[in-house]
Design a protein around this ligand. Structure first.
Ligand code: GTP
Ligand code: MG
Length: 154
């Protein structure tokens, strides 16, 4: 089952976009299997963003990210990693297409509202970092055969 960790980062919470982010993933037909409101610690963000250690934006990323709550979600479905990244839009919102979350609501990479896993390996690592196994609930969607011809979107 393909999964992606999606975060509404603290700027997204401040901007009142939690519902908007959820709506876009729900409308697309993906399945929400984990959801929580979390105050991330610097240590957790350091681990989450470990690939960016040493870059000039790393420290501001940890400082802002730990300054207030975020919403962490796990979405499941065939193609969720690629489609999820497309729903978010480009990292630099100035380059993000209108119709994407960042392209519709953001103008700065340092305030780009959302995070999405970029590979299966990253998704696994990130889901384990933000959620305990028992916090993920699988469920069967009624009428799933109308959503996807092969995968019933999982
Ligand atoms: P995530 O989904 O959050 O991982 O974003 P991404 O995959 O589109 O970008 P990437 O993993 O390269 O960077 C992680 C986060 O670091 C981004 O979401 C930005 O918030 C921040 N970031 C990346 N590049 C820049 C940059 O050039 N300037 C600033 N200020 N922040 C950046
Ligand atoms: Mg990334």
């Amino acid at each position: 089952r393909e999964r992606s960790l999606i975060l509404v980062k603290h700027d997204g919470v401040q901007r009142g976009l939690v519902g908007e982010v959820i709506r876009r993933f729900e409308n697309r037909g993906f399945k929400l299997i984990g959801l929580k409101y979390v105050q991330a610690t610097r240590a957790q963000l350091e681990s989450h963003y470990e690939d960016h250690k040493g870059k000039d934006f790393f420290e501001p990323l940890l400082a802002y990210g730990s300054s207030g709550p975020a919403v962490a979600m796990v979405w499941e479905g065939h193609g969720i990693i690629t489609a999820g990244r497309a729903i978010l839009g480009a990292t630099d919102p100035i380059k993000a297409q209108p119709g994407t979350i960042r392209g519709d609501y953001a103008t700065a990479a340092g305030r780009n509202l959302v995070h999405g896993s970029d590979s299966e390996k990253a998704a696994k690592r990130e889901v384990d970092l933000w959620f305990k196994a028992e916090e993920l609930l699988t469920w069967h969607r009624a009428g799933a055969q109308h959503l996807h011809d092969k995968y019933s979107n999982e």
